[in-house]
Design a protein around this ligand. Structure first.
Ligand SMILES: [Zn+2]
Ligand SMILES: [Zn+2]
Length: 357
């Protein structure tokens, strides 16, 4: 049987570069040769044992990696019968393979399906040379979209869903909290969705300056006192920028202080969308009387239902640029080094990916 190289995650801090069989595909699957795969914050968190895997016992062994692009090398009977795919097709992977049969799926609420198989989380993922994918979750990518950008299609899809929930009206001022890869995508998405002012709010000048290049009109550093963008009082600063509190704000960080602050800097009839990943004990304080009398909306964004087509079109047209978000590249062999780097390095970084040949 043909073999492939993989990074096999056994338990926290143990990931081994090994050789295993290339997976056999079922009739409803395609085999994908991986070209690029993102190192997600959740991969880092599995590696360090901060969150359990989606497997039955929450443990490995499992190949991590769910943000991936590649080339189809084998097509199962069903997609072959439909003439949907052929060998050599360039695709991006939607790792959240919902069941399509439960009440949530019937309503198109695929993000809350309770019977998902998630590539790289509950079944073997893309820190490997090959992965099998249900044909319904392999999406062809436009020629203009590189494999590296396509590896970021999944986080971009999640970001797109979040910004969609924000329901931006033409010209509105929008604040984006947190300038990691997701926040930097949201700055661009907010702009492309009609925002006038886009206020980037982050803890480091590196992210803020990237946000500026990607379309942010105002920068606020919330942490570094020696930063030229630092402000102690965000509420006051926002009023200076916008004349009043904001109508829209999205929070792309798990930091609960940011969410609490987002509620402070937004005004009547505003919408706040939370996109972080909080801890199990995290709670939020909402001034309820003010919230009802000013008819505020607070939403929580999870995964990426029904936005993938928009994502590919937006990247192909240049509305969203992903190149400058990728700051570090590693080989499959160096995946463990890459995962550790994303957590431990003090170097300026946004997104790390593995590039395979
Ligand atoms: Zn991810
Ligand atoms: Zn379902």
């Amino acid at each position: 049987m043909a073999k492939m190289k993989v990074q096999n995650f056994y338990e926290p801090l143990v990931m081994k570069y090994e050789e295993h069989d290339i997976p056999e595909i079922a009739d409803n699957e395609v085999l994908v040769k991986i070209k690029a795969v993102g190192i997600c914050g959740s991969d880092v968190s599995y590696y360090y044992g901060h969150s359990p895997l989606g497997t039955a016992n929450g443990k490995g062994p499992l190949y991590l990696g769910h943000e991936a692009s590649g080339v189809i090398t084998k097509v199962g009977k069903i997609p072959a019968g439909f003439g949907l795919f052929k060998e050599g097709d360039r695709i991006a992977i939607n790792p959240v393979q919902q069941c399509n049969a439960c009440p949530a799926c019937m309503r198109g609420e695929f993000n809350v399906c309770n019977h998902c198989e998630v590539i790289g989380v509950s079944v073997n993922g893309c820190f490997a040379e090959y992965v099998k994918v249900k044909f319904t979750h392999a999406y062809k990518i436009p020629d203009e979209v590189s494999f590296e950008s396509a590896a970021l299609a999944e986080p971009l899809a999640c970001s797109t869903h979040g910004v969609k929930l924000l329901n931006i009206q033409l010209g509105q001022a929008v604040a984006v909290y947190g300038l990691g890869s997701i926040g930097l995508m949201m700055v661009q998405l907010a702009r492309a969705s009609g925002a006038g002012k886009v206020i980037a709010m982050g803890a480091h000048d590196f992210g803020l300056e990237k946000a500026k290049k990607l379309g942010a009109t105002h920068l606020i550093n919330t942490r570094e006192k020696d930063s030229p963008y630092y402000t102690e009082n965000t509420e006051k600063k926002i009023t200076e920028i916008n004349g009043e509190r904001l109508p829209r704000c999205i929070v792309a960080t798990s930091n609960m202080t940011a969410l609490q602050d987002a509620i402070k800097i937004t005004g009547p009839c505003s919408t706040v969308v939370y996109f972080g990943l909080p801890g199990p004990q995290d709670e939020l304080k909402v001034p309820v009387l003010d919230a009802i009398q000013s008819e505020r909306t607070l939403k929580f964004s999870w995964l990426a239902p029904l936005v993938w087509d928009n994502v590919f079109a937006a990247v192909a047209s240049g509305q969203v640029k992903l190149d400058s978000i990728i700051t570090h590249k590693f080989s499959l062999e160096d995946a463990e080094k890459g995962v550790k780097f994303m957590k431990e390095s003090k170097e300026n970084k946004v997104k790390g990916i593995l590039v395979l040949d």
